[in-house]
Design a protein around this ligand. Structure first.
Ligand code: ARG
Length: 481
């Protein structure tokens, strides 16, 4: 059968293999809302500029609305012989309203049409992701506010380094997501130009009004070069690049959740809703959601790589290669959206185990730096020398098989006469975190301040920092204010 839309010059239609490789309707049917919206804006503009009669416009618009309703309600029959969403919609429009349908494609081409549809789709996807990012950030800020004073080990090289507060750690994730947010927002700004009216590649001889269609579709302005308009997929690439970085972040959080929820760490308990049992080991609670989010970066970054390679070396303007832009992008954007939803659920449901965290924070001589800092501050020793003296103190503690707090004043004096009883005060993990009150540091007061700053930013409501010192169990250090 000859293709009814462009089949005029073909004696016999594409064979089954050609149809299979050529058709995109299997996946681009997702663009139907954008396709209908683009066509309605185009028809209105054609009538406004006198290219189409008002009667034809009205028929076309009500026909397009009927098509959209059919697709919405699953009563539309998609045809692979009609290749893609654009021709499926137009063909059905013709069935519904007759000849007027044939006038809709005046002054446009599928090349500017698909570029328009896809921009609208990616813009919607960005808006969804932005809202989801905010929701996840707010969930994290809420947990951070609960844990401004909860002490956990801070790591470098995954070795105990210095104690930090759990709230501080959670807010580090909020910062990472904040950058993801601004990257997507930034991509959205550049995306928001309308390619509609670029036509096949060179523009059109009809007196169209591209500003009008741009405005109707919520674009800031029309694109300025018709060749670029139909051959540009930067807007997808930028979005996928931002999505990849975000997925990388989620993968890192997930890894931490996997580690923290292990028996060896036991810092958090993940809820039943986001874990699964084992079919043979009844005691198990596997962090499957975290593991799957950890893995999603594979397909999300795969989409970026895939499209980058599709676009590489393509001459201007449109080439059919570009049809390969959609499947991978849909999959990547879906995957990121699902990951954000699952991460939000996990964060909201997780139960922290502060006692385990604190116990772990005291291991590994985690306050050794505080001893060195004390020597600098109180005895005015250069930091390098203080570091050396502290190294000897740690060695002594190791030798005696105790933590730093297990050393007596005599022990300290054995290493350096200038150490005195005041040193015991700086050895607790509470004193250690409270001391780190520099801007952006881990002290509870700083964390409360930053949490309030984020809450205000995310909700737009004036927010006071949560109070410090209310719930403290191990009571050392003043927490600052
Ligand atoms: N289905 C096509 C795509 O996704 C639409 C554009 C087709 N244009 C063309 N000249 N064949 O890219």
């Amino acid at each position: 059968m000859s293709n009814s839309m462009w089949g005029g010059r073909f004696a016999s239609g594409p064979d089954a293999i050609m149809e299979e490789i050529n058709a995109s309707i299997g996946y681009d049917q997702r663009l139907y809302k954008q396709d209908v919206a683009g066509s309605i804006a185009h028809a209105r503009m054609l009538a406004e500029t006198g290219i189409l009669t008002e009667a034809d416009r009205d028929q076309i618009i009500s026909g397009l609305e009927a098509v959209q309703k059919e697709i919405d309600t699953n009563t539309f029959t998609f045809s692979r012989a009609l290749e893609d969403i654009h021709m499926n919609v137009e063909s059905r429009l013709r069935e519904l309203i007759g000849d007027a349908a044939g006038r809709l494609h005046t002054a446009r081409s599928r090349n500017d049409q698909v570029a328009t549809d896809f921009r609208l789709y990616v813009r919607d996807a960005i808006d969804t992701l932005l809202a989801q990012l905010k929701t996840l950030q707010l969930a994290l800020v809420t947990r951070a506010e609960e844990h401004v004073e909860t002490i956990m080990p801070g790591f470098t090289h995954l070795q105990n380094a210095q104690p930090v507060t759990f709230g501080h750690h959670l807010l580090a994730w909020v910062e990472m997501l904040g950058r993801d947010f601004s990257r997507l927002e930034d991509a959205r700004k550049r995306l928001n130009e309308s390619p509609l009216g670029a036509a096949a590649l060179a523009g059109t001889p009809y007196p169209i009004d591209r500003d009008m269609t741009a405005k109707a579709l919520g674009f800031d302005r029309p694109t300025a070069n018709s060749l670029d308009s139909v051959s540009d997929r930067d807007f997808v690439l930028e979005t996928l690049a931002a999505a990849s970085i975000c997925a990388m972040h989620l993968s890192r959080f997930s890894e931490e959740l996997v580690i923290w929820s292990s028996a060896q760490f036991g810092f958090v308990k993940l809820s039943d809703k986001f874990t699964t049992g084992s079919s043979i080991m009844p005691q198990k609670r596997n962090p499957d959601a975290a593991e799957l989010i950890r893995a999603k970066i594979g397909r999300i970054m795969g989409a970026l790589t895939s499209l980058m390679i599709v676009m590489k070396g393509l001459p201007l303007a449109y080439s059919k290669d570009m049809q390969e832009d959609k499947e991978v992008a849909f999959d990547a954007l879906d995957s990121l959206s699902l990951s954000l939803a699952a991460m939000t659920g996990m964060v909201s449901d997780l139960v922290a185990v502060p006692d385990r965290m604190r116990e772990s924070a005291t291991a590994g001589y985690s306050t050794a730096t505080d001893v060195a800092d004390w020597l600098v501050r109180e005895v005015n020793i250069p930091f390098r020398d203080a570091h050396h003296i502290t190294g000897q103190i740690v060695a002594l503690a190791e030798q005696k098989g105790v933590g730093l707090e297990g050393l007596t004043i005599e022990d300290f004096k054995l290493v350096d006469q200038r150490l005195d009883s005041r040193i015991h005060k700086v050895l607790t993990v509470e004193a250690s975190v409270a001391a780190r009150a520099s801007y952006g540091g881990t002290a509870p007061a700083q964390v409360a301040f930053q949490a309030a700053r984020w809450r205000e930013r995310l909700t737009g409501e004036k927010t006071e920092p949560v109070a410090i010192g209310k719930k403290r169990k191990h009571g050392h250090g003043d927490g600052g204010a």
